[in-house]
Design a binder for this molecule. Structure first.
Ligand code: NAD
Ligand code: 6OD
Length: 484
């Protein structure tokens, strides 16, 4: 059986206990994962702290950027291994991992290498009280040891989205990947090693959240900052854990995202864009749309078109190139999503399509597949319209006016993303400015420019990453004032 190990101080390290890594497509055990206990987390943090002042510290920005470009090259050199590991861990279709997850991992390193090389510093010429002047300028310094905690839905993409800027700014990291998807974090260690990044700069500890590697890391007094992507409730737990040591945090959390579709939209493009935003990665993307608001004149036609789209999606083996939807991540996550399917029915929803578990009559029946599901007819107060489900499911509601659509879309404690679909761009701008979210897309969804701010409001997060916002989080500014 394959073993997935921790990576500490440039070495692959075995812990005292192991836990199984399950393939969600058929329930089989694909590897034994070595769990890091408190001792190994301490070792990882100590090695990261030591590396801060070692050769990593002494590299010029240009040399550091060169290493990050090499990591991107090394990821690409191992492209098939990364895709295979991501597909086995998550069950996502191989076509999706090949076009999204692994290319984005390489892009994350290249973009932040570019950005750190061209990062400007602030400066002010200041008048002094005696009529002379002083020069102020701010220099960027690393935060120190950064704890990176990530979820299972886009494991490598989200991990590298945080590790690349943290390293670009001269920090060292200890990463805790999700217990569901440990594979690519350890594979990344091989790419990092091959790129000649010194031992201790990138460390991986495997394990769970509470009373395990996640909590040991966030509570650790020698960790200087925590960057986390995951559920809002976990964010709250981490916030409590870091409070005694006042660590800065960057949180990318859950969402209950809305799409607003106006009658003047390009109908075919909108159906396909909105359906992708509901079903991509079996609905397991924080940006996925779970609430659709459709202008009344096209409501019935739109519901029918989304139904057709859902019914033509091919569920199947992640290894087949033509598969559209893989399984959910785990048995327990499927139970959670199914409990929301039941809740929606109990709350009075009309089922348009789906609502259950597909049958394959082959080993995929041991996997955690679920039908893409569409509902209508719920009041806006229903729990299934208010709470994040994180599966391939949406609810459609008609609206009669722009103001009504905006009010319904904003009536949530979350605030991650929204999409607006209209051929009237003036309206697109106007509605976008009313959205209480961190990211609004008009006539598109999940179209990313990595230099732009990314994050959420309310229960969807704290802070922004992306471009200079990542550089700002992962560095401390030291203002130097010189009397001239
Ligand atoms: P999760 O919060 O359960 O777990 C995320 C990570 O946190 C895992 O590595 C887990 O082991 C760790 N963890 C759990 N409890 C912890 C604790 N007390 N201390 C330290 N670490 C702890 O999330 P998940 O189920 O893996 O992922 C799905 C969730 O992530 C959804 O809510 C989704 O919306 C959210 N998400 C948000 C974004 C975003 O950018 N806003 C991106 C992806 C996923
Ligand atoms: O594209 C990104 O940078 C990003 N952080 C995406 C998050 C997706 C959530 O599942």
């Amino acid at each position: 059986m394959k073993s997935i190990l921790n990576y500490i101080d440039g070495q692959f390290v075995r812990g005292k206990r192991e836990f199984p890594d399950i393939n969600p497509a058929d329930g089989s055990v694909i590897a034994e994962v070595s769990e890091a206990d408190q001792f190994l987390v301490d070792e990882a943090v100590n090695s990261a702290r030591k590396a801060l002042r070692g050769p990593w510290w002494r590299l010029s920005v240009r040399e550091r950027a060169q290493r990050l470009y090499r990591v991107a090259d090394e990821i690409e050199a191992r492209f098939d291994c990364f895709v295979a590991a991501e597909v086995a861990d998550t069950g996502k279709p191989i076509a999706l991992a090949s076009r999204l997850d692994v290319p984005r991992a390489a892009a994350n390193f290249r973009v932040f290498a570019d950005l750190i090389k061209s990062a400007a510093i602030e400066s002010f010429q200041t008048e002094t009280p005696d009529g002379k002047s002083a020069l102020n300028y701010a220099i960027r310094k690393p935060l120190g040891v950064v704890g990176v905690i990530v979820p299972w839905n886009l494991p490598l993409l989200l991990l590298t989205w945080k590790v690349a800027p943290a390293l670009a700014c001269g920090n060292t990291v200890v990463v805790k990947p999700s217990e569901e998807t440990p594979g690519t974090a350890t594979l990344l260690a091989e790419a990092i090693k091959a790129a000649d990044i010194p031992g201790g700069v990138y460390n991986v500890v495997h394990g769970f959240g509470p009373s395990s590697a996640g909590e040991f890391l966030t509570r650790h007094p020698d960790v200087n900052a925590v960057t986390f992507t995951g559920e809002s409730q976990t964010g709250a737990n981490i916030m409590r854990a870091v409070a005694p040591t006042l660590k800065p945090v960057s949180f990318e959390l859950g969402g209950k995202n809305a799409a607003i579709v106006f009658a003047d939209c390009d109908f075919e493009e909108t159906v396909s864009g909105v359906a992708e935003s509901v079903f991509l990665n079996t609905g397991q993307v924080c940006l996925c749309t779970e609430r659709l608001y459709i202008e009344r004149p096209i409501f019935d036609r739109f519901v029918e078109a989304v139904k057709q789209n859902a019914e033509t999606l091919k569920l199947g083996s992640p290894l087949e190139r033509t598969t559209d939807l893989g399984p959910l991540i785990s048995q327990s996550h499927r139970e959670k999503v199914l409990s929301y399917y039941k809740l929606a029915r109990d709350e009075g929803a009309t089922l348009v399509t789906g609502g259950g578990v597909p049958r394959f009559d082959n080993p995929l029946d041991q996997g955690f597949y679920i039908q893409p599901t569409v509902y209508v007819g719920l009041p806006e107060t229903a729990r299934s319209v208010k709470e994040e489900i994180f599966g391939p499911v949406c609810h459609l509601t008609p609206f009669d006016s722009e103001d009504e659509a905006i009010a319904m879309a904003n009536d949530t404690k979350y605030g991650l993303a929204a999409s607006i679909w209209t051929s009237n761009l003036k309206r697109g701008h106007r509605v976008a400015q009313e959205m209480n979210v961190g990211i609004t897309w008009v006539n598109c969804w999940f179209l990313r420019d990595l230099r732009t701010p990314f994050g959420g409001v309310g229960l969807s997060g704290i802070g922004r990453e992306g471009g200079k916002h990542s550089l700002d989080f992962y560095s401390e500014l030291n203002n130097v004032c010189i009397r001239l």
